[in-house]
Write a protein that binds this ligand. Structure first.
Ligand SMILES: Cc1cc2nc3c(=O)[nH]c(=O)nc-3n(C[C@H](O)[C@H](O)[C@H](O)COP(=O)(O)O)c2cc1C
Length: 236
């Protein structure tokens, strides 16, 4: 395979990254083509994983009865979590649409199996969390592939993992990592919904990059990139 990307390929890659959104509403009823869904799942399956352990599974869900039970868990967790924040933030939080479980044609639960190819997995013995990190890499591949195929995807984490495990009949040792809602959408917003709503701002790149050690924001060996980062290249 050619080792370099053409400019057009690079543009396509960055377009997927910068125009990907978490989508919770405005799903359309258009069914997802099986070939498209297979391509997206295959992209997820080609993510990096610690020791090549590929510890993921993808449970595809379209049964409305299953979705309704999962939506009930969302409603309960939403109510419970709203008690953790004071007014006026509580009302604002409760006004957000934070899931598309019933509105999207396909839900996907991405799980982590810590026993996959174990017990010895290269790279996992010092940092066991690398197993979960690998599953998150798969989710990101899936999210970007979905965007590339024109499909919106929303990650729902306001759920009880215990309830999810029971509904989806997961074995005890398997961990649900991501519950995803997938479907065609009317449009992709330019900015995250939570940014538009004024909940939180996007941080400047310069505030999250340090040089050589924690909180070192200036370092003469990094002058050039520091200047570029300060100019805050923004795609959108
Ligand atoms: C681990 C994880 C959990 C998330 N859980 C939820 C959720 O429960 N409900 C929701 O509406 N969005 C959820 N999101 C989406 C984030 O709110 C969203 O990614 C963020 O606001 C930035 O917006 P963007 O993805 O459109 O760039 C989650 C994202 C991640 C990575």
């Amino acid at each position: 395979m050619d080792k370099d990307f053409t400019n057009e390929e690079k543009n396509g890659f960055y377009k997927a990254i910068f125009s990907r959104r978490d989508v919770r509403s405005r799903f359309t009823s258009k069914t997802i083509d099986e070939q498209v869904l297979t391509r997206i799942l295959n992209a997820a399956h080609h993510a990096p994983s610690v020791g090549f352990s590929q510890p993921w599974n993808f449970i595809l869900i379209k049964d409305q009865k299953t979705k309704k039970r999962i939506k009930e868990s969302f409603d309960e967790e939403m109510k419970r979590s709203s008690q953790l924040v004071d007014e006026p933030k509580r009302s604002q939080y409760l006004s957000f649409k934070l899931e598309g479980i019933l509105d999207s044609p396909v839900n996907i639960c991405v799980t982590y199996d810590p026993t996959r190819f174990g017990p010895f997995v290269i790279g996992k013995s010092s940092i066991p969390e690398t197993g979960i990190y690998s599953v998150c890499c798969a989710v990101q591949n899936l999210w970007l592939a979905a965007r590339t195929e024109g499909l919106g995807l929303g990650w729902v984490s306001i759920l009880s993992n215990e309830v999810l495990k029971e509904i989806l009949e997961l074995p005890d040792h398997v961990v649900p990592v991501a519950y995803l809602c997938l479907g065609y959408v009317e449009e992709f917003s330019l900015k995250p919904d939570l940014e538009t709503a004024g909940w939180l701002p996007r941080l400047d790149l310069k505030d999250v990059v340090y040089y050589e050690k924690w909180e070192e924001k200036q370092n003469s060996d990094w002058n050039e990139i520091e200047k570029l980062i300060k100019s805050n290249l923004d795609y959108a």
